[in-house]
Ligand binder design. Sequence first.
Ligand SMILES: Nc1ncnc2c1ncn2[C@@H]1O[C@H](COP(=O)(O)OP(=O)(O)OP(=O)(O)O)[C@@H](O)[C@H]1O
Ligand SMILES: [Mg+2]
Length: 226
Amino acid sequence: MLTVAGACWRPDGASIIEGFDLSLEPGRVTAVLGPSGCGKSSLLRLLAGVRALDGGSITGRAARVGFVFQDPALLPWRSVRQNLALPAELGVVTEKGAIEAAIEAVGLGGHADKLPSALSGGQRMRVSLARALLTRPELLFLDEPFAALDLATRREMQRLVLDAHASLGCTTVLVTHDVADAARLADRVLRVDGPPLRVVADVAVSASRPRSPDDVATVVRALECA
Ligand SMILES: Nc1ncnc2c1ncn2[C@@H]1O[C@H](COP(=O)(O)OP(=O)(O)OP(=O)(O)O)[C@@H](O)[C@H]1O
Ligand SMILES: [Mg+2]
């Protein structure tokens, strides 16, 4: 169980997260929906250990964490393949052939030697997703990973995330502005507001995946009423 209870503040002392208490069951996909600036990315960074809490505690962290940042955060002087080699260079054990397989899986077979500056925004996000999955994460954090993608690529990337989730059983937290994406992918949807960040609705989604358009529409209606 990944649990956060505590606070974090902006440099000017204003609260981003205050008196917040959240537990995430292992192996589930949780979507976080909320308006711009309410603290979603801050929450993800806290849960992943990228940012420290200013008070309180987090329990249940794991050794292998995958993070797709809202900005893809690639090293600009390294090619796609070299960016994907980074986890192994930093000591993360990756399987033989995993980098080439990841490049193919995200549909960037013809782009492996390109620098990030030669890729579109959606392609850069795909590299970021490939890098996060390479680590075979126990905890997977996705910060608006589908926002810059066309519909076909969006569906393909969502399938990749769900396949990874199914095979790794990773606890997954997805930040999105798209209620239909939350309805399509998540076991639990948190509607949040802020700052300071607070949960205004906590909705369990029981329909099995993959979900039909009717399933998704039913969940969207439930979320809109929550
Ligand atoms: N390093 C920082 N310095 C100053 N303010 C910050 C910092 N990081 C976050 N904030 C502020 O904290 C609040 C929450 O930011 P956060 O990035 O978590 O929001 P968000 O919900 O992810 O927004 P968006 O949907 O636009 O990505 C915002 O008001 C933001 O301006
Ligand atoms: Mg954000």
